[in-house]
Ligand binder design. Sequence first.
Ligand SMILES: Nc1ncnc2c1ncn2[C@@H]1O[C@H](COP(=O)(O)OP(=O)(O)OP(=O)(O)O)[C@@H](O)[C@H]1O
Ligand SMILES: [Mg+2]
Length: 190
Amino acid sequence: MTQLKPDLKIGEGHFRECYTVKDEPALCIKMLKKNLTFLQRLHLNLLRRKMNEDEYNTYHQLPASLKPYFNPIVSVSRNFVVTSRPMDYDGSFSLSVTDYGKITNIYFWKEVEKVVALFEKHNLWFLDAFQLGSNVFVQRMSEDHWKPIIIDYKRHGWKSYPLQLNLLWDSQKKKKFYRKYHRFVKSFKG
Ligand SMILES: Nc1ncnc2c1ncn2[C@@H]1O[C@H](COP(=O)(O)OP(=O)(O)OP(=O)(O)O)[C@@H](O)[C@H]1O
Ligand SMILES: [Mg+2]
């Protein structure tokens, strides 16, 4: 990231803040927050020291069929990731599902079902993909064809939820995934 300069803050989650990159509109930088709580630091230091690297590796190890639905990470260090900033067909920046509120586009929901079928096929349970609507963006490929782009996929096991030892089992991850997924559909399907 030697030449990449973080510019405007465009979002934040529990662990990271997201910035535009000066003179690189197609990229953004997600950096660990400076004001993490004591418990968050403990969590990161004990179990998620490589949180950003893990997310980078996750992207690069995804089955080819799933890659188009995940926002690419282009480079990484312990404290940040450099990722794409999804854009719509008309050149505007894509928005999150939360920004849309309700989504009525039928292709979008067909694509979401396709993603979930692929998670089933590969036994991959991304526990934060359908966490409310802030980790999924809506990329408008054309006026009619909208598709989901998952921009945050760092949680897929008990290390992300250290008090939930049941997540050592795939069956329990799957159960948690579907609980969140059903809530996602209920909240945002218009
Ligand atoms: N590629 C992106 N393009 C545009 N905005 C983004 C992108 N990545 C992240 N953001 C914005 O920054 C916010 C925080 O990013 P992210 O969800 O990765 O952080 P986090 O701290 O890991 O989240 P969580 O609270 O889910 O653990 C997102 O909710 C979104 O608003
Ligand atoms: Mg997030």
